[in-house]
Write a protein that binds this ligand. Structure first.
Ligand code: ADP
Ligand code: 5GP
Length: 204
């Protein structure tokens, strides 16, 4: 059975870093490449980090109901195309979604069995340091992102897991453990079904 893993975090917490490491360490995962109207940053290429589209194309996709969820984040649209979920089911692989807290809320309603992980930097100071280290935003934007982070953190209890990204190695290992434990749980359900079937043969 394919699983859906939602990974959310306030911007700058280190979520992309953890998701990249997770994808590298596990061949049975499919990364859902989101659609966005924001322009590419740095080395980003179309189809790898994101599918970059115009606002009118994005709105046409909304009209055609192609997104399992979408949200406006920092003035741009971001959305999860339903084909990644279908691809996961077809290939028997698990699907990883790197989406914001608004998208995570929608996803949990549509796929309640999805496993969700909320990633947090260990402190506000560390979050600011990481946002600055990325070097792609002004001090004003950093202040805005920190304020948004404070609001987003209030959603933490809605997630299956909260992961503090202090040491990157430790946090990566934990994230991979969460994935493996969720798989074990779902195969356990299969075990219960098989045991019940075997038990049935004893009771005939
Ligand atoms: P997000 O995707 O959550 O916005 P990034 O993965 O881009 O965050 O990380 C933001 C910055 O913090 C990057 O410069 C990244 O290298 C750094 N970073 C990520 N995880 C850690 C960590 N555990 N310790 C220190 N720096 C980190
Ligand atoms: P960035 O522009 O820094 O890559 O991403 C900004 C935010 O948008 C991040 O929190 C990221 O998780 C979120 N995001 C990326 N793709 C999607 C998506 O498909 N749906 C939603 N709701 N958020 C997304």
């Amino acid at each position: 059975m394919s699983q859906v893993f939602i990974i959310s975090a306030p911007s700058g917490s280190g979520k992309s870093t953890l998701v990249r490491r997770l994808m590298e360490s596990d061949p049975n995962l499919i990364f859902s490449v989101s659609y966005t109207t924001r322009p590419p940053r740095g080395q980003e290429t179309n189809g790898t980090e994101y599918n970059f589209v115009s606002r009118s194309d994005f709105e046409a996709m909304i009209e055609r109901d192609e997104f399992v969820e979408y949200a406006k984040v920092f003035d741009d649209y971001y959305g999860t195309h339903n084909r990644y979920i279908h691809q996961g089911l077809a290939e028997g692989k698990d699907v990883v979604l790197d989406i914001d807290v608004k998208g995570a809320r929608q996803l949990r309603e549509r796929i309640p069995e999805a496993v969700s992980v909320f990633v947090l930097a260990p402190s506000r100071e560390e979050l600011e340091k990481r946002l600055r280290a990325r070097g792609d935003v002004s001090e004003q934007v950093i202040r805005k992102r920190v304020a948004v982070a404070a609001r987003e953190i209030e959603d933490f209890s809605q997630y299956t897991h909260v992961l503090v990204n202090d040491d990157v190695e430790r946090a990566s290992d934990l994230l991979h453990s969460i994935v493996k434990a969720a798989r074990a749980r779902s195969s356990n359900r299969d075990v219960v079904a098989s045991v019940q079937k075997i038990l049935g043969t004893f009771q005939q």
